[in-house]
Design a protein around this ligand. Sequence first.
Ligand code: DX5
Ligand code: ZN
Length: 230
Amino acid sequence: MPFDRSIKIAPSILSADFANFGAEIRAIEDQGCDWVHVDVMDGHFVPNITFGPQMCRAIRPHVKTVMDVHLMIAPVDPYIDAFADAGADIISAHLEAGPHIHRTLQAIRGAGCKAGLAINPGTGIEDVEYLLDMIDLICVMTVNPGFGGQKFIHSQIDKVRKLRALIGDRPIHIEIDGGMTPQTAPLMAAAGADVFVAGSAVFSGGSVDKPAVYGANIAAIRAAAQAAAR
Ligand code: DX5
Ligand code: ZN
């Protein structure tokens, strides 16, 4: 995975048809997405349950781009190898998920995956500074994790500006996750973000039988973000 800071769109399959993940993934990739964002939820760290390593293993053969696995689980460490073996390219863990995030990130890289640090809307960036050499991506939650279709939290714009300054020219992606639309993505692109997760804004109105709607939704978010990018 060569690093570049060009604008990337990562549809979240949380908003896809759970009975048809393979076809849905092929549809969004055919329609031009850059990554596939896979939201793993355990009903403990977040008030929702989605799926685990077996589902990731099942969908891996359908992912031709990048499988970007967002672990909304606690604890994380006992499951890292299972998600890595299932074929994750990137594994993001929440800073808030346990007391030893440095070790968690070490274990993710040790399992051969790119390491992402996810932070909730209420978490500041002071805890990120000593982790910069351990991460390939920081996932800034712009909704409280657990569900798609929520409203964008505008206070996170300032957080991304500060993160962009902190990161400097390190090869670290800033990924925005939650409430991304053609209206909100430009706000975060202007602040310095480069990867945009979008669930409802990509999947709404389309289907595997109407994939062009996915393509139009992806293109609209990309164009708006590119127009505003620094
Ligand atoms: C929420 C997930 C997000 C969510 C995004 O906990 O981490 O990835 O699926 O969905 P939208 O784009 O609809 O806010
Ligand atoms: Zn997510």
